[in-house]
Design a protein around this ligand. Structure first.
Ligand SMILES: CC(C)(COP(=O)(O)OP(=O)(O)OC[C@H]1O[C@@H](n2cnc3c(N)ncnc32)[C@H](O)[C@@H]1OP(=O)(O)O)[C@@H](O)C(=O)NCCC(=O)NCCS
Length: 158
């Protein structure tokens, strides 16, 4: 399998927050944003491995600033690291609001997706080419989080 670059799978997704996406305060319902994050991350993972990828784990999801009805929502997903059959993807959510000069960072999440083969079993994924110091740092963070997840999983089984 040929290693793939981060740019090969990065995703830009744009939505607009409509009334049906909002809570009683007129700001985004968290579940809507989580769903968009999952979709954006899954597209990224699937572009990397070239097959269906299922969500296995959401490491952390932080809501940093509110999104109001009428705001444009920009989601950006990028691969942090590829393991055996799993991949860590980071998704960042930004708000584009009329009258505001800058995009506001509203949420960030890291998710683990698993490549599923035709037999329904986890299948190997291509390696990720780490071309910059920033990419290497992100990958190192992903390695550490994976080690913690596996230790936690082992404890839960034991
Ligand atoms: C994810 C899934 C395919 C893994 O299957 P499995 O038989 O447990 O697979 P394995 O134990 O052989 O692990 C396969 C890979 O998944 C990773 N994995 C499995 N469970 C995981 C979890 N809870 N968190 C993070 N990674 C996980 C393993 O670390 C391994 O990665 P690696 O190959 O890179 O080392 C399976 O648990 C599944 O289908 N889960 C439901 C997925 C789903 O429906 N998602 C949508 C939810 S809304």
């Amino acid at each position: 399998m040929t290693a793939r670059r981060i740019a090969d799978s990065s995703v830009e997704m744009t939505e607009i927050l409509l009334p049906q996406h909002a809570n009683a305060l007129g700001t985004a319902f968290g579940g809507t944003i989580m769903s968009w994050i999952d979709i954006c991350g899954a597209i990224c993972a699937q572009r990397h491995c070239g097959r269906i990828a299922v969500t296995a784990y959401v490491d952390d999801l932080e809501f940093l600033a509110p999104i109001r009805v009428g705001d444009i929502v920009q989601l950006h997903a990028r691969m942090n690291q590829a393991f055996g059959s799993s991949m860590e993807v980071e998704v960042e959510v930004k708000r584009e609001r009329a009258g505001e000069a800058h995009l506001a960072r509203c949420a960030v999440a890291r998710l683990t997706f698993v490549n599923v083969g035709p037999d329904g079993r986890p299948a190997p994924v291509p390696a990720l080419v780490l071309e910059t110091d920033e990419a290497r740092l992100r990958a190192k963070g992903a390695d550490e989080r994976r080690a913690q997840r596996l230790a936690h999983r082992k404890r839960a089984v034991d």
